[in-house]
Design a protein around this ligand. Structure first.
Ligand SMILES: Cc1cc2nc3c(=O)[nH]c(=O)nc-3n(C[C@H](O)[C@H](O)[C@H](O)COP(=O)(O)OP(=O)(O)OC[C@H]3O[C@@H](n4cnc5c(N)ncnc54)[C@H](O)[C@@H]3O)c2cc1C
Ligand code: SF4
Length: 563
């Protein structure tokens, strides 16, 4: 094994949302940091980005490839399956794990829906008796959400909703035509429908340009108008001269010194296969929730035979993903529209935060609704097939006429809801299977409960009611209870969280409220692993707020000589 001589203040594993945030905060505060990143370099401000390439420029029309499942121009290199890096599932389990392998991780192509958790989201057990409370509350994290808004930029509108706190918003883009129709239907049906909240600049901020509405955010924005860890966090961290970025470095294990403190990280150079070790005074895992969990499980020693920081036995437990289900339909009012440019940002310009009282429903937690449709750039398989539109089909001139008539008449809704952590959803090391680096892989166990299934039925009924109220026709029949009302497979919404949850009690949690291991004071995890619950919000703004807060704490503890 090659041993690096430099002892860094901090070693961060992973350069996505959590790792990038920690690198930014720590280098600004003066720490000397090394970052290990399993993937290769990437720069969305350079020619790496296909932001301006039309789908028709490729024979595949932008269709997917094995390492770009979201389309060949998508910015994220990775996917559900990575060659040589498998994972396994227990019998009967359906769970899919998305992994990025590049600098910036999934923040290169994420949807940029940036929602704050609300005060109730940190104390759900106190409110309805299910799951667990967090050891921290909204007041602890609120100032960090504010800092993110100011540093990174976010658009939205001030609504004063109690559990969907407002941020420091730039103006939101105007709703598109179909979004105005959706909003009208929602108003009639008493469903809250408000401007979207996305980390995309509508006004210049901190040297970055405002969005020019090309609608290709997932390809990596060349003008740096949307948020990616790569160019909004890691680039300025590198500019301080205090960040060493080591790409193609696959972390395997956190090492310990004789006093039981983290001493560094051993990793494999993915290009050469050589084993290396880097020394650091503090280790931060940010390799994504489940990968950080795997690294801890694989860091076994006589002191921690069941995995590092696992005296509670909670490592790998209480995994969650957002619940998801979609419905799309045909809206005749949008037929033969006057051609116009309505591109805007890639995501929806409106969305529906949770608007109902659960005490009157047969499921305990909520969901928000994401809206899609309109005149997005046609790509492979666009509109899902003309046969779905009346009287779709045919050849030649008729076919072209139909495409013009029906283009832009689809509207779709995706529910994104809160799963309650349960004991049946967890990860463990597979006793036999190893990846191409010789590192044991994760085996998943997954189970939805009636809480999630009933919630998804409600999603389906709501989306169908909105489409019908718009005078439209739903494309698919109502799914049945036997198939979970169309609930997406675990992991498919790519908001996997938990595995090293935080808590005040070291016998029931892995980390404390500062994302610090109860068992090892100089070890932290700042991705989705510390999450105690999901909330009905996408998680990344909270991952970054927690990472920034943990970084401040690390600097303070180091100043006081505690770690
Ligand atoms: C298509 C898509 C849309 C999404 N939309 C949204 C959204 O709108 N809003 C939202 O809040 N969230 C969204 N998400 C989820 C969001 O991307 C994640 O929550 C977030 O990126 C997680 O940050 P992270 O730092 O934990 O992990 P990642 O961003 O995945 O970064 C982890 C990094 O660690 C590296 N790594 C992994 N293993 C190792 C190892 N062993 N050694 C060294 N490096 C390693 C990886 O290469 C990667 O760069 C979306 C995700 C996808 C895929
Ligand atoms: S829509 Fe705006 S933020 Fe998205 S890629 Fe285009 S310019 Fe960048």
């Amino acid at each position: 094994m090659m041993q690096q001589r430099t002892v860094y203040d901090v070693c961060i594993v992973g350069s996505g949302a959590g790792g990038g945030m920690a690198a930014y905060a720590l280098t600004q505060a003066g720490a000397n940091v090394i970052m290990l990143e399993a993937g290769g370099p990437w720069d969305n401000t350079s020619d790496d980005s296909a932001m301006l390439r039309p789908n028709y420029s490729s024979p595949r029309r932008g269709g997917s490839t094995p390492d770009r499942p979201f389309g060949e121009f998508d910015a994220c290199i990775g996917g559900w399956n990575i060659e040589g890096e498998p994972y396994t599932r227990a019998d009967g389990t359906r769970f899919d794990w998305w992994r990025a392998r590049m600098v910036g991780g999934r923040t290169n192509h994420w949807g940029r829906i940036s929602l704050r958790f609300g005060p109730d989201d940190f104390r759900r057990k106190s409110l309805d008796g299910l799951g667990d409370d967090w050891p921290i509350g909204y007041d602890d994290i609120g100032p960090y959400y504010d800092r993110l808004d100011r540093l990174i930029g976010i658009f939205g509108s001030r609504e004063g909703l109690p559990n969907d706190p407002d941020g420091i918003f730039q103006p939101a883009p105007k709703p598109r035509c179909y979004e105005l129709l959706v909003k009208k239907a929602c108003n009639d049906l008493a469903i809250t429908c408000i401007p979207g909240r996305l980390s995309i600049l509508t006004e210049p901020l901190n040297g970055r340009a405002a969005c020019h509405y090309c609608g290709h955010c997932n390809r990596g924005c060349q003008t740096n108008s949307n948020f990616s860890s790569t160019n909004v966090l890691i680039a300025p961290a590198l500019e301080t001269g205090r960040l060493t970025l080591r790409t193609h470095a696959m972390a395997r294990e956190v090492t310990l010194d004789s006093a039981g403190r983290a001493s560094g990280v051993s990793f494999i150079d993915a290009n050469t296969g050589v084993d290396e070790h880097v020394q650091a005074r503090v280790v931060i895992l940010a390799a994504s929730a489940l990968e950080s969990t795997r690294i801890l499980m694989n860091s076994k020693s006589s002191q921690f035979p069941d995995g590092l920081a696992n005296t509670s036995g909670m490592l790998g437990k209480y995994l969650t993903d957002t619940t998801g289900s979609d419905v799309a339909g045909f809206i005749p009012a949008m037929e033969n529209h006057i051609p116009h440019n309505e591109r805007g940002v890639q995501g929806g310009h409106v969305y529906m935060p949770w608007w109902l009282d659960n005490s009157k429903l047969d499921f305990p937690r909520g969901y928000h609704i994401e809206v899609w449709g309109g005149l997005g750039e046609p790509g492979a398989g666009f509109m899902g097939g003309i046969h779905r539109y009346p009287p779709g089909g045919g050849y030649g001139v008729d076919l072209k006429k139909q495409y013009r008539q029906y283009y832009g008449t689809t509207v779709g809704f995706s529910g994104r809801g809160e799963m309650i952590p349960n004991e049946q959803s967890y990860a463990e090391l597979d006793p036999e299977v190893k990846d191409r680096f010789g590192i044991p892989v994760l085996r998943f166990h997954w189970q939805w409960s009636d809480h999630e299934i009933n919630q998804v039925r409600h999603m389906q009924e709501t989306f169908r009611a909105i489409i019908e109220h718009m005078g439209g026709t739903v494309f698919s029949p109502m799914p049945t209870r036997e198939n979970g009302y169309g609930i997406a497979t675990g992991g498919r919404i790519i908001h996997e969280l938990g595995g090293a949850r935080m808590g005040d009690d070291p016998s029931t949690s892995v980390l404390n409220g500062w994302c610090q291991a109860h068992d090892v004071a100089n070890l932290f995890a700042v991705d989705g692993a510390p999450f105690v619950s999901q909330a009905d919000k996408n998680p990344t703004w909270t991952i970054m707020a927690l990472a920034w807060r943990a970084s401040d704490y690390i600097m303070e503890q180091r100043t006081q000589g505690r770690i």
